[in-house]
Design a protein around this ligand. Structure first.
Ligand SMILES: C[S@@+](CC[C@H](N)C(=O)[O-])C[C@H]1O[C@@H](n2cnc3c(N)ncnc32)[C@H](O)[C@@H]1O
Length: 344
């Protein structure tokens, strides 16, 4: 073996080890968020013993946690040994306007640590493993057996929406619309932004009963937007009882195709003639963050038997439900808009 090829081999071994240790990144981020390390460094560089005392943590163990995160660019260690923030670690503060605390907690949630060891089976069978491992469909499981997980999930979706809603609404031309329905809209961050930026519009927010019951306060009865929004709790695979001229489906159709087809058919049935159907998702052929997208793709396989879509796949799903596929538009975020029209 030449010197060059031996060096390359060592580099490859290091690289694959780093990839294989990916689970530590998840665990360390969750621990930092749960302990409140980012808040403790809010006021400037600090010695880890100081921080440990404040957080009720073991000083040596906290230093181990910080060092692991420093090597990943989250927090920084100064020459005098004190720790301080980086751009990444600032996002771990609950109060940061672009906080990712609940996203981190969701990605590292114990329910996924239970599912990941079954990825091999999921790939062999091309099937979700929730029923085999958790005893029931994933969303049924968290809603019935782990309500605290639902709270983390909803808060994570709201944080994710907070990173993109303003840009998504900017990219949507809603000047000709009167009524916009957000199907599977979670706690309503997107529809709230739609209504806020378009005072002429009325809206619907549809999601599962338990989720709309926890919609953002501004959307609930007596909230700022209460007279312009109707909350619908229900299963969009059964029906979509909202007559609108724009339907937003953001990050919901990535479950199994049969559920998607049923949802799109229900949208088509309720829609006003000429209504727009806008699928708001990270499309595999337009993603600026391929590792995040493919990670989510595998998670969707594992928990709901779903997948991320390409533009072509959305076009095919539209065609199967009688919706004309019009175009894909960028939003300036990792999300794209795949737009279609319901025939007259
Ligand atoms: C990945 S989240 C996306 C939430 C929101 N659209 C967003 O982008 O922040 C998927 C949403 O679909 C909702 N959902 C799942 N199954 C549903 C169903 N059968 N009917 C209506 N909503 C459903 C979930 O409760 C959740 O809020």
């Amino acid at each position: 073996m030449t010197n060059d090829s031996s060096q390359q081999l060592q580099a490859d071994i290091s690289c694959i080890k780093e990839i294989a240790w990916g689970l530590v990144s998840t665990a360390a981020l969750v621990a930092a968020v749960d302990l409140g390390v980012a808040e403790a460094l809010e006021s400037g560089p600090r010695d880890h013993r100081d921080v440990a005392r404040e957080l009720g943590a073991d000083p040596i163990a906290l230093r181990q946690l910080l060092d692991a995160l420093v090597t990943r660019g989250v927090f920084q260690r100064l020459d005098d040994g004190r720790y301080t923030h980086t751009g990444l670690s600032l996002l771990l503060r609950e109060s940061d306007p672009n906080s990712v605390t609940y996203l981190v907690r969701w990605i590292g949630h114990p329910c996924f640590w239970t599912l990941w060891p079954h990825l091999t089976d999921a790939v062999r069978q091309g099937k979700a493993q929730s029923v085999a491992v958790l005893g029931k469909d994933f969303f049924r499981y968290i809603h019935e057996d782990d309500p605290a997980a639902v709270d983390v999930f909803n808060a994570a979706m709201t944080q994710a929406s907070n990173h993109t809603s303003a840009e998504v609404v900017k990219a949507l031309d809603l000047s000709q619309a009167q009524v916009v329905a957000d199907i599977g809209g979670g706690q309503g961050h997107l529809i709230r932004t739609v209504l806020d930026r378009n005072p002429h519009l009325k809206g619907y927010l549809m999601d599962l009963e338990g989720v709309v019951a926890r919609a953002l306060p501004e959307l609930r009865p007596s909230g700022e937007f209460a007279d312009r929004v109707t909350l619908i709790g229900g299963d969009c695979r059964q029906e979509v009882p909202a007559q609108a001229d724009v339907y937003l489906l953001k990050n919901i159709l990535e479950w199994d195709d049969e559920s998607t087809i049923r949802t799109l058919e229900n949208v088509r049935r309720s829609a006003r003639p000429g209504a727009r159907v806008v699928v708001v998702e990270t499309l595999t052929d337009h993603t600026p963050e391929p590792q995040v997208t493919t990670s989510l793709d595998l998670l969707l396989l594992l928990n709901v038997g779903g997948r991320k879509h390409s533009s072509e796949h959305v076009a095919e799903l539209f065609a199967r439900t009688g919706i004309r596929f019009d175009r894909v538009r960028p939003t300036g975020t990792f999300l794209s808009l795949a737009e279609g029209t319901v025939g007259a």
